[in-house]
Design a protein around this ligand. Structure first.
Ligand code: LYS
Length: 876
């Protein structure tokens, strides 16, 4: 056990800063082993009092310190642990510091580090304190001027935030650049890049005529993979003007792609730093999903310029203020670029498979957490994705126009400030004269609410009574849950699938179409008038709230909704619920040792979707994708990974066999789609899905088809589609294709990650040895986060049968890796630990194995705060 557990930080202890930093002058003399950072801070006391100045710093060597140009002696300041304290300062002063750091030795990838021989930074949340002593908190905003000096041949490109104001040569082959950012910003938005990079340039004219120079910096050999990122940036800029009236504010916008990056990307003012995975793409190297992901991450970081940079967070508990809002904005952007319903389906799938489990496990926390040990652990699905759902519900309650009014007021009122989620909701209330006080509970209450609905039809009075009850299970520290304000979008369908005009008891006239019911109490009863026959309710349309919904639908009603619901999302959802029922039956059969049979009604409903030529291909593909193993696990009292896998594989194989001719016909009809538009992408998706169903049978003919599909693929989507399909068919075709892929893409790390990932998720026997083999492959490096995610992350998250092998070998492998990683990169190590945190959900043997692994982690000497927090919380 740790001798002294790291301390938690609490929201209730927030206090405004005692000092302000009016301006920052930085000078970097770059050297991989010993970089010198000279900083000059103009400080002013904030309010009255005598408070000392306490600066944050981590892994820094202090070489020099001066107050108003007077050198200080060790007795004049106090340096302890990660704090530098100065007492008895005047109201205003200038502090000059020289610190030494070692970027090449920085494997945590926070602060200033080296990737691919180039310098880059990552400062959110608390990386700036690894660069120099500072008030490293988001409510301290300052104007930065940054001078960079480096060897000119090795580091021809020198970048920082804002505008370039000076540059030139220095003696001994060195050069310099000076950047000035006129917008006051918190330290987490600081960035510096220096290296041997080339850039793809283009431009954008804003609606008020500002010419913006757009640049994407990459390593030379990647210059031909920037077109898509550039187009995505331009589209984002245009969309934010058109949709939310937000315009860009500097003369230059730069994006830099780096190979070693802990997260997706970072919105540093005017100088985004990106994981290269979210920049580089050519149709032959990146899948359609990659293209879409790049577009959305580029948009996300761009949208942060308003929702994050112009208006930022007061403290890190408010993280969702910028992330939830910005995810909502990027989701809307993507929906407008493609098919809205498909985007919604995918976002909901993500939420259910990744956020719902988080909300039901030991790491559960509200959208605005109340405490943390390490803030990096709170860049979560809850803060991001549930946070976006909360913003979406506000839009549903206020309507699009009302939401836009609220957002305008929020930006107007708080431009240049560091604020809270309360300020955001307040702006929404004020702009719409609405009371959202009960709604605010969404920010403070963890857990996924459950809605239980029932309907009763009375033919005598022609009324339909819809009763809806809300509840939420306790989560850690929150035994009692209060009722939330939940928008329930719904309609009633008649026997022909038409929406029945809705008139509630006490209303004068009926309104056609759907309506939004507002739930605020534990139970509501809605009595609809003039409903002559028993309707089928279509509830929670578009997934209008992040909840679990239960309604006792019969199979026949689900099949009816699958075919007729006028809401695209709910038509998909009915299919998912039907599939879930069928799969649950199969899981029980596996557990009872009974033979498995295909449900005829389900197969028929499934086949009808496949045959429905009126539907968009992308939507058909979503409808034909069975709920994932993780989602199925969530529905079980005790997770049985083997039964889940067998049941799901059986259903895929049985559907593939029963509907073989139709899958084949749709395969032929959709094959060979050209182009990168949403229609072509939808066709490729459906085509590859058909191939996967055909291959699930393992029949020689299907394997041959997959082999040809791979051989003739002229794009990465089809190549990967073939490989995925072949994963179910052990044998020569599969081995040859995998070997060919490796040989072809050995030198492209992003493509090779796909090859690593595919094999890590392979459920065939021998997975542990395969994963060990991948880890000793020359291309594997435990220091590269993308590679770790591709191999270890995929194994832990997407190969449940082997990760949870009964002998504990999978858990052991991940535990060993966590401990090895923790010494290098605590953030990535902590992410991996979450795969063990839900041990209570399993049978006794697996519980024991996972618990012992967590105990082994917590007992490890010198553990990081990051890993300690996740492992210890999982245990208590
Ligand atoms: N703010 C970044 C984003 O756009 C992520 C930063 C991660 C910091 N640990 O999501």
């Amino acid at each position: 056990m740790k001798e002294t557990a790291p301390a938690a930080i609490h929201l209730k202890d927030y206090a405004p800063p005692r000092w302000r930093i009016l301006s920052v002058d930085l000078c970097f003399v770059l050297d991989p082993e010993d970089t010198r950072v000279r900083s000059r801070l103009t400080l002013a006391r904030n309010g009255h009092g005598e408070a000392p100045l306490s600066l944050n710093g981590q892994d820094l060597v202090l070489h020099d310190i001066r107050l108003d140009d007077r050198p200080l002696q060790p007795g004049d300041y106090h340096l302890e642990g990660e704090t530098l304290t100065l007492h008895d300062l005047p109201e205003r002063c200038e502090l000059s510091l020289e610190t030494g750091i070692a970027p090449a030795a920085n494997t945590a990838l926070e602060g200033l580090y080296v990737s691919g021989g180039n310098f880059c930074t990552q400062c959110e949340a608390e990386g700036f304190r690894r660069i120099t002593w500072f008030l490293d908190r988001p409510d301290v905003m300052a104007v930065y001027t940054v001078r960079i000096e480096a060897d000119k041949a090795r580091y021809p490109v020198l970048l920082s935030n804002g505008n370039l104001t000076d540059s030139g040569d220095l003696p001994e082959g060195r050069h310099f650049a000076v950047w000035h950012d006129p917008f006051p910003k918190p330290s987490y938005l600081f960035a510096l890049v220096a290296g041997d990079l080339v850039c793809r340039r283009d431009g954008f004219t804003t609606r008020t005529g500002r010419e913006v120079d757009l640049r994407i910096y990459v390593q030379r050999h990647n210059l031909d993979k920037c077109d898509h990122a550039m187009r995505s940036l331009q589209a984002s800029m245009r969309w934010d003007e058109d949709t939310f009236g937000r315009e860009y504010d500097l003369d230059i916008y730069m994006i830099v792609a780096v190979d070693d990056f802990n997260m997706g990307a970072m919105e540093n003012k005017g100088l985004n730093v990106f994981n290269s995975k979210y920049v580089l793409a050519r149709p032959d190297t990146a899948t359609d999903d990659d293209f879409v992901a790049i577009e959305s991450v580029i948009a996300h970081e761009y949208f942060h310029n308003w929702s994050g940079n112009r208006v930022t967070c007061r403290d890190w508990f408010q993280l969702s203020l910028k992330e939830g809002l910005t995810v909502f904005r990027d989701q809307e952007f993507t929906a407008d670029q493609s098919l809205r319903a498909v985007k919604r389906i995918q976002d909901v799938q993500r939420l259910r498979t990744l956020q719902f489990p988080e909300d039901a496990g030991p790491m559960a926390h509200p959208v605005r957490p109340q405490s943390y040990i390490e803030i990096n652990n709170f860049y979560t699905m809850t803060v991001y994705e549930k946070g976006a759902e909360v913003v979406r519900m506000i839009q549903t309650l206020l309507g699009r126009e009302g939401f836009r009014r609220g957002l305008d007021l929020y930006f107007d009122r708080h431009d240049g400030q560091a604020v809270t989620t309360d300020d955001f909701v307040k702006a929404m209330e004020d702009a719409n004269a609405r009371d959202l006080s009960r709604f605010r509970r969404w920010y403070d209450q963890a857990g996924t609410p459950l809605l239980e609905a029932t309907g009763e039809h009375d033919p005598r009075t022609a009324t339909y009574r819809l009763t809806v009850r809300q509840s939420c299970l306790p989560t850690k520290g929150q035994p009692e849950k209060l009722p939330l304000h939940i928008p329930l979008v719904m309609a009633l369908l008649d026997a022909r699938g038409q929406e029945i005009p809705l008139r509630l008891e006490g209303e004068d006239s009926a309104v056609a179409g759907e309506r939004t019911l507002e739930l605020t109490a534990p139970t509501h009863v809605f009595v609809f008038q003039d409903v002559p026959e028993l309707p089928v309710p279509s509830l929670l349309r578009g997934f209008s709230a992040p909840v679990n919904l239960r309604f006792p639908y019969t199979d026949a009603q689900l099949a009816f909704l699958m075919a007729h619901d006028t809401d695209d999302f709910n038509r998909w959802e009915a299919g998912q619920q039907f599939a879930l029922k069928v799969l649950q039956g199969l899981i029980e059969a596996v557990q009872a040792g009974q033979p498995l049979t295909l449900d005829a009604r389900f197969a028929q409903a499934f086949g009808q979707v496949l045959a429905n030529g009126a539907l968009d291909a992308a939507l058909v593909a979503e409808a034909l994708t069975l709920p994932g193993e993780g989602y199925l696990a969530e529905q079980m009292a005790v997770v049985d990974v083997d039964a889940i896998h067998q049941a799901r594989q059986f259903l895929r194989q049985a559907l593939g066999a029963a509907l073989g001719d139709r899958f084949r016909a749709v395969y032929e009809a959709t094959a060979g789609a050209q182009g990168m538009d949403a229609t072509a992408m939808g066709r490729r998706r459906l085509c590859n899905l058909c191939l996967a169903y055909l291959c699930a049978s393992g029949e020689a003919e299907a394997v041959a088809l997959a082999r040809t599909h791979y051989g003739s693929a002229d794009n990465m989507t089809d190549a990967m589609g073939a490989l995925r399909a072949l994963l179910d068919c052990p044998g020569e075709a599969r081995d040859q294709a995998l070997a060919h892929f490796e040989a072809r893409w050995r030198d492209d790390p992003l493509v090779l990650d796909k090859w690593f990932g595919l094999q890590a998720m392979d459920a065939a026997p021998g997975a542990l040895d395969r994963v060990r083999g991948l880890m000793s492959h020359p291309g594997f490096s435990i220091r590269n986060p993308n590679r770790v995610r591709a191999v270890l992350g995929t194994f832990a998250m997407a190969n449940p049968v082997h990760f949870h092998a009964l002998d504990g070998s999978g858990h052991g492998l991940i535990t060993d890796s966590v401990l090895e990683l923790d010494a290098l990169n605590p953030q990535i190590a902590a992410r991996l630990v979450t795969s063990l945190s839900r041990w209570r959900r399993f049978d006794e043997e697996r519980q024991g194995s996972m618990r012992r692994c967590l105990e082994r982690i917590v007992a490890h000497p010198g553990l990081s705060r990051d890993v300690y927090e996740v492992a210890s919380r999982s245990l208590d």
